[in-house]
Design a protein around this ligand. Structure first.
Ligand code: GDP
Length: 402
């Protein structure tokens, strides 16, 4: 009996111990992980970095395939014959052809200019073209920076033609507006950028304008336009006023394999321009593009600086073009700049930049009227090939839709 009681007691104790273990193990699972024991345990080094370790020290390079890594380099074998191997030059880009660029970039114009063209068409389509409507048409044109005189001319012409037309279909109106806008823009201007030069002298183009208008960028993009058209180019970084301008221009040049002549910061722009043309002659280049500084500090200062650059360059031969760069988003302010520059040098063409960022495309008409010289190129974005030869037809089609 005593033996039986003892066995039962032992059995009860054993059951209690086992169930205690199970409960405590369940409890453990619910507890947050405990801190590691304070005494270190020696383990093998982990394959992966652990939380809390210095990732920088332990981070391992991602595994790369042999193709990615390449085979180990063989020791350079001595070159026995032939030319020494030249260090690798940066890859030269092939710019996009210039023909049809404006058509490609037309969507950018249409986006920003819709209000002008579509606004005019909507107004002209009203059943009764009363005085209020004509005033609205006038306001639309003035708001788009077309300028007072051209606006008046256009409204007068439209009034006359609409009267003659009698009933107006949307198609009639579109054709009429298209024709009249083209007349205002002028279809018989010569808009080609001249780069003929002389027999032994390259074509020389001077780029002028107020800093910030996109002058250096335009000079770089123009180099690409010329290279795309098969010409060789030398760049002259005569904007020594803005610290980064020469570096910026050189980068543009390197991309298309054009050499840049530059001087020290704050150096004499005229001597850099002179040297650039000299380099162009030595290289037998087709065109030399000269970027100039456009500080409008005083008109006399500007005149002295640009006048000197021009005179010095002309010691080599006549200039082919003086292009004025204007920022289309500056509206009336741009026209004031145009006037000042035109008094200082003989502008032969206008480059309107940032036309992608304004709904005021009328500035094209106003500035041509102001200076009596054509818009030759337009900037439609910050991309390298976003400078397009200006084509009035493509421009008007973008304004009013086809
Ligand atoms: P600079 O001081 O006149 O030489 O001006 P930059 O050539 O340095 O250009 C000023 C800024 O205008 C730069 O950020 C250019 O990328 C930008 N820019 C130039 N042309 C255009 C253009 O046609 N469209 C747009 N959106 N930006 C332009």
């Amino acid at each position: 009996m005593e033996f039986v009681i003892l066995a039962v007691v032992i059995a009860l104790v054993a059951v209690g111990a086992i169930s205690g273990l199970v409960v405590s193990s369940r409890k453990k699972k619910q507890l947050p992980p405990t801190a590691p024991p304070s005494t270190p345990t020696i383990t093998a080094p982990p394959a992966e970095p652990q939380v809390g370790e210095d990732a920088a020290e332990t981070a391992q390079e991602p595994r790369r395939t042999i193709e990615e890594v390449g085979l180990p380099e063989a020791p350079a074998a001595p070159v026995v014959v032939g030319e020494p191997v030249a260090p690798q030059a940066p890859a030269i880009e092939v710019p996009e052809p210039t023909a049809g660029r404006l058509v490609r970039l037309r969507a950018r114009l249409a986006r920003s200019q819709n209000s002008l063209g579509k606004g005019l068409l909507t107004l002209l389509s009203r059943e009764h073209l009363d005085e209020d409507t004509w005033e609205e048409i006038e306001d639309t044109l003035l708001t788009a920076d077309v300028g007072v005189a051209p606006t008046q001319e256009l409204v007068d012409r439209l009034r006359e033609r609409v009267k003659v037309l009698g009933t107006r279909t949307p198609e009639d109106l579109r054709t009429l507006l298209r024709e009249e806008l083209l007349t205002l823009l002028g279809t018989d201007f010569d808009r080609e950028v001249k780069t003929e030069g002389g027999e032994t002298v390259p074509g020389v183009v001077m780029v002028v304008g107020v800093n910030g208008t996109g002058k250096t960028t335009t000079t770089g993009k123009l180099a690409r336009v010329l290279v795309a058209d098969g010409k060789s180019v030398v760049l002259g970084a005569a904007d020594t006023f803005r610290a980064a301008a020469a570096d910026q221009l050189q980068t543009w040049g390197e991309r298309v394999g054009a050499r840049t002549v530059r001087g020290p910061e704050g150096g004499d722009p005229a001597s850099i321009a002179f040297d650039a043309v000299k380099e162009g002659i030595a290289e037998g280049a087709d065109v030399v593009l000269i970027d100039t500084a456009g500080r409008l500090h005083t008109k006399t200062g500007l005149m002295d600086e640009l006048g000197k650059v021009k005179r010095v360059v002309e010691k080599h031969g006549p200039l082919d073009e003086i292009l004025l760069v204007l920022d289309a988003t500056t509206g009336q302010n741009g026209l004031v700049q145009a006037r000042v520059f035109a008094e200082v040098v003989d502008i032969t063409g206008i480059v309107l930049t940032k036309l992608d960022g304004t709904a005021k495309g009328g500035i094209v008409i106003a500035v041509q009227r102001e200076l009596g010289v054509p818009v030759k190129l337009v900037g439609l974005g910050e991309g390298a090939d976003d400078l397009a030869p200006f084509e009035p037809e493509a421009f008007v089609d973008a304004l009013i839709g086809e």
